[in-house]
Design a protein around this ligand. Structure first.
Ligand code: ADP
Ligand code: MG
Length: 257
């Protein structure tokens, strides 16, 4: 290809914001000349590179916006350690169908059972499916809301939280909040009702939610909205950490014997 034509082609691609094609065109052209492939294949190769590059960038952006505390993809979750987990439900959650249907998911169980791990892994799957996702602890969210109200910025924050396709609220019930905090959290959840999915991890049975929200009527209204059409996963198995400690204890004993 003539230098001047190549120059114009690159300028056009840049204008069209096809940055991966601009980046790859020299190498692809050289490879095409070497291997003798035609322009048709060359165009397919170049456009595929652009599509792949966009998908990678989009995923990176979604993951960055989600603010996961740790990246724990599905592959790191040991299913054999939790034979009690209904694999059909798990697969359904991986498929992100609940997000399309705007249903909620609640992981209920004691500490160390892998609730945060599963929620993070599923959040990552949501990002891969191009869903706007946000991970936040309940405590973190309530603080953010209180701060925003003080700075007269609450409406903007509420709007932002209503726009996520999936909001993951980690650790409901670990720390009780003030009446103001409970009301603000209620507002976020009420705004999202039937508009977007909420995934909650909690160590509290539903009967104990009034301890956190400190208001019977509000708790009832909240539970009603949250659990409506929700997938509730009871993680009532042994703590993974405890299991591991016990197993390593056993190994030592075996070695000693
Ligand atoms: P929870 O949120 O229920 O308190 P975590 O998700 O924080 O529990 O899990 C505690 C620790 O055990 C984490 O380091 C987590 O990665 C690990 N863990 C829990 N379950 C599994 C599992 N099935 N496979 C691999 N690691 C697990
Ligand atoms: Mg947790």
């Amino acid at each position: 290809m003539k230098e001047t034509i190549l120059f114009e082609l690159k300028a056009n691609l840049k204008d069209l914001k096809l940055s991966a094609m601009v980046r790859e065109i020299d190498v692809t052209l050289r490879q095409a000349t070497d291997s003798g492939i035609g322009y048709d294949e060359l165009l397919v190769d170049l456009t595929r590179l652009e599509i792949e590059s966009r998908a990678t960038n989009r995923l990176k952006r979604r993951v960055r916006e989600a603010k996961f505390p740790l990246l724990k993809p599905l592959e790191t979750f040991d299913l054999e350690a939790v034979p009690e987990l209904d694999i059909r439900v798990f697969r359904e959650l991986i498929s992100c169908e609940y997000i399309r249907e705007q249903r909620n998911v609640i992981f209920l169980g004691s500490s160390g059972t892998g609730k945060t791990h599963i929620a993070t892994a599923l959040g990552l799957e949501a990002c891969k499916n191009n869903y706007r996702t946000r991970f936040v602890t309940c405590y973190g969210l309530v603080n953010e809301l209180i701060e925003a109200r003080e700075e007269r910025d609450l409406q903007r924050l509420l709007k932002r939280y209503s726009r996520y396709d999936l909001l993951i609220l980690d650790e409901l019930g670990y720390i009780p909040f003030s009446k103001e905090g409970a009301e603000l959290l209620f507002q976020v959840l009420a705004e999202r009702y039937e508009k977007g999915s909420v995934m909650i991890t909690t160590n509290l049975g539903f009967a104990d939610w009034t301890q956190v929200f400190d208001d019977q009527t509000m708790t009832a209204a909240l539970l009603d909205r949250l659990t409506h059409k929700a997938r509730i996963v009871n993680c009532n198995w042994q703590s993974y950490r405890l299991k591991q400690s016990l197993e390593s204890g056993n190994t030592i004993k075996k070695e000693e014997a």
